[in-house]
Write a new protein. Sequence first.
Length: 215
Amino acid sequence: MDYESLRKEMVLTQLIPRGIRDPRVLEVMSRVPRHLFVGERAMSRAYDDAALPTSDGQTISQPYMVAVMTELLTLRGNEKVLEIGTGSGYQAAVLSELSKEVFTIERIAALAAKAVEKFDAMKYTNIHVMTGDGTLGWPGEAPFDRIIITAGAPEIPKPLIDQLAPEGIIVVPVGDPYSQRLIRATKSAGGLKKEFHTPCVFVPLVGKFGWGEDK
Ligand code: SAM
């Protein structure tokens, strides 16, 4: 299968027509091998305009959603980024190409372990993975210039606001467990300045400052 052509087509037909403009985001997404982050059975669908299932009942987000969230982070290359919800590792790989260092937390140990294997095999040396409840953040590495939550939250977890650097940006889907709205919030002296973006549907953020285990 010609994955390179499928990737270029994904950018041309799914990202550019829907308004993704940041040339660095478009360039990186036309290069990162998304098919290596989905399971073997889903490889042929890796560049489809859809989220796909990973093992453990979780998902790898739709390419467009990865692009929107990444663009909203406005990465210039020197940022320290925290991602909550490693999942397949694809979003972290995209972030790692656009920033200095990525710290990513996944609550399901098996998914975190698989992601580490992939990052090692693909030589992504600036990604650090931890298993645990990401709603608590990664205090030992704070502050972060950017934070991205790739699971649906009831509200922005307080520890993550605390761990965001001054003028830092957090991008997070907020809403109920079945539908959310993407929020970009910038930390300033006066508090968080919020912008509301596209409606979206993510699996729930489960943790102390997220939803309960039953979601
Ligand atoms: N970013 C991922 C990718 O590129 O494949 C997609 C993430 S998937 C939509 C959401 C992930 O968030 C799931 O793997 C889920 O286990 C994880 N998750 C949910 N609550 C979490 C929490 N409190 N801490 C860390 N990970 C969490």
